[in-house]
Ligand binder design. Structure first.
Ligand code: G4P
Length: 523
């Protein structure tokens, strides 16, 4: 164990932001990058989102759609810490990439529009984060607009997500009447639209302001004092153990657009968020993040980031040790040795060669087809295998055929490789053997189609099957007569049978008809 390495690892804070589209994820990311000195102008991240990003070389499809297909990585220094933000597509056409990216972070930030509360996409992403048991920090955004009462927003966390909310600060007014924040964690009042020394007023021991402060007479402030009283008595108490386990979320209020409360949030986050922790590897061994040997796992593969070079990049989350250019590693799945000569680290605006990347950081490896999603790589003699990444049950399905029947070879090749890579799930019709693709977001199909054409020169035809409920069935209970258009019988890539039900109603109907048949949500 090297001391220098431990220090470096302790400085890392690697997280993703989860939110429903339009809650303000891009805006808050941009503010953080401004604080980190990575960008100088607001609008840089936004421009990428809308496809007007000058130095961008993202996939054509991303430009056309104006959304972030890639879960890119943004890195900056703040208060002596190295922050890695892993971007997750905010668009509702999100994909399995989004879920897998959440496997590569040590904490998550949940941005909520305070006028809308918890929206469907947030709920879905939250579920994945919650299962990992990592800390979740909440930012209630858009305080400059009239929103829902803060007490309701906190209650909703518990009611809809089942996580306790603990207020770190509290709004004083909202929308037109927004005056500032009552900062419980730092014992001060933060004034809205007041720069410089006057921005913060310390609270006295009683938690109020001296009568000489004009704010103390403000009706909004008086209301806030009443609410603070209430949450101190009846609200959740700050509990670091619960926070670390993801059972309680620290809640910060603010307005990303007007850059209010964002720095307070960032400071609070950096103080509380965990450094990279140890991982369970090889089934039951614990691997410390500052273990001297390098190891990591591939959580995403991105093809054609630069159309001129037709490269593929495997995104590796470093789990232990330090990455050095030219490092010799072994691919655990095949025991094949690989020299890592060509790697990139991701800054917000450009890709640069990796200088010092340690546990917690993400490196992008140029790949010529060695890697699959979920692969482990390690240096040294001791074999290190990270747990398999979870597979997410698809919700959308299409039937797929080659447009040109003469080009079956490239069609099958592309199909096999992309499925192996983890880009999409493949099923076969139980009776006809037709290809059926499954995804968690519509976007995955479009990316798939694009890549089939561009990388394998195979044009494909997709027929929509729509939303389906996938349920596996024990092969011994299977009778082909059970299949119909409403409960389509298919097999997965391990040849296991499952039904794609038209909807939950069809599933219930099926269960009523065959009460003894056991259906499972996952294989
Ligand atoms: P997303 O990445 O989560 O999808 O959200 P994004 O940051 O793009 O924000 C969505 C919209 O909400 C944007 O407005 C943005 O300006 C606005 N917004 C973000 N934070 C705040 C806030 O604190 N207060 C208010 N009032 N608005 C906020 P837009 O009209 O869709 O885009 P634009 O016209 O600003 O480009």
């Amino acid at each position: 164990m090297s001391e220098g390495l431990l220090d470096k690892v302790q400085k890392r804070r690697t997280f993703a932001i989860i939110s429903h589209p339009d809650a303000g994820k891009t805006t808050i990311t941009e503010q953080m990058l401004l604080f980190g000195g990575v960008i100088r102008n607001a609008g840089t991240v936004k421009a990428r989102k809308t496809g007007h990003y000058a130095t961008s070389d993202w996939m054509e499809i991303e430009k056309q759609r104006g959304i972030s297909v890639t879960s890119s990585v943004m890195q900056f220094e703040y208060q002596g810490k190295r922050i890695n933000i892993l971007d997750t597509p905010g668009h509702e056409d999100f994909s399995e990439d989004t879920y897998r990216t959440l496997m590569a972070v040590d904490s998550a930030v949940m941005v909520i529009d305070s006028a809308k509360g918890i929206e469907p996409q947030t709920k879905k992403l939250f579920k994945v984060v919650k299962q990992r048991g990592i800390p979740i920090f909440t930012f209630m955004n858009k305080l400059d607009r009239d929103g829902r009462p803060p007490l309701d927003l906190i209650a909703e966390l518990e009611d809809l997500l089942g996580i306790e909310g603990v207020a770190m600060n509290w709004p004083i007014g909202s929308g037109q009447t927004l005056q500032g924040l009552y900062d419980i964690a730092n014992n001060q009042v933060e004034l809205y639209h007041q720069a410089g020394a006057k921005q913060f007023i310390p609270l006295n021991e009683a938690g109020t302001l001296p009568a000489s402060e004009p704010m103390s007479q403000n009706p909004q402030f008086q209301d806030t004092l009443g609410e603070i009283e209430l949450i101190k008595e009846a609200g959740n108490t700050f509990d670091l153990t619960k926070i670390m386990a993801g059972d309680q979320t620290p809640v910060f209020f603010g307005s990303a657009l007007t850059n209010f409360g964002v720095e307070t949030f960032l400071k609070g986050f950096v103080k509380l968020a965990p450094a990279p922790a140890s991982h369970v590897v090889n089934q039951d061994e614990r691997l410390e993040a500052d273990d001297a040997e390098f190891s990591g796992f591939v959580f995403k593969i991105q093809a054609n980031m630069n159309p001129q070079h037709r490269d593929r990049i495997a995104f590796v989350r470093i789990g232990s040790g330090e990455f050095k250019k030219g490092l010799d590693v072994t691919l655990a799945r095949t025991d094949k040795p690989i020299r890592l000569n060509n790697a990139t680290e991701f800054m917000s605006s450009e890709r640069v060669q990796v200088s010092d990347a340690v546990a917690g950081d993400i490196v992008g490896l140029y790949d010529t087809g060695n890697f699959q999603i979920g692969d482990s790589i390690y240096a040294g003699k001791r074999k290190i295998t990270y747990p398999a990444l979870p597979e997410f049950t698809p919700e959308l399905f299409v039937r797929v055929t080659a447009k040109n029947v003469m080009k079956q070879k490239s069609f099958h090749k592309g199909m096999n490789q992309l499925v192996q890579e983890g880009a999409i799930q493949l099923y076969r019709n139980y009776q006809t053997d037709d290809y059926i693709l499954g995804a968690v977001g519509q976007l995955q199909f479009e990316v798939f189609k694009f890549r089939m054409k561009n990388e394998y020169n195979s044009e494909i035809e997709m027929t929509n099957i729509g939303h389906r409920v996938a349920r596996w069935i024990d092969p011994s209970q299977l009778d082909p007569v059970m299949s119909s258009s409403r409960n389509l019988l298919v097999k997965d890539r391990y040849d296991q049978p499952l039904f794609l039900f038209e909807n939950q109603f069809a599933e219930r109907f099926f269960q009523d008809k065959y009460p003894d048949v056991k259906l499972t949500e996952k294989l």
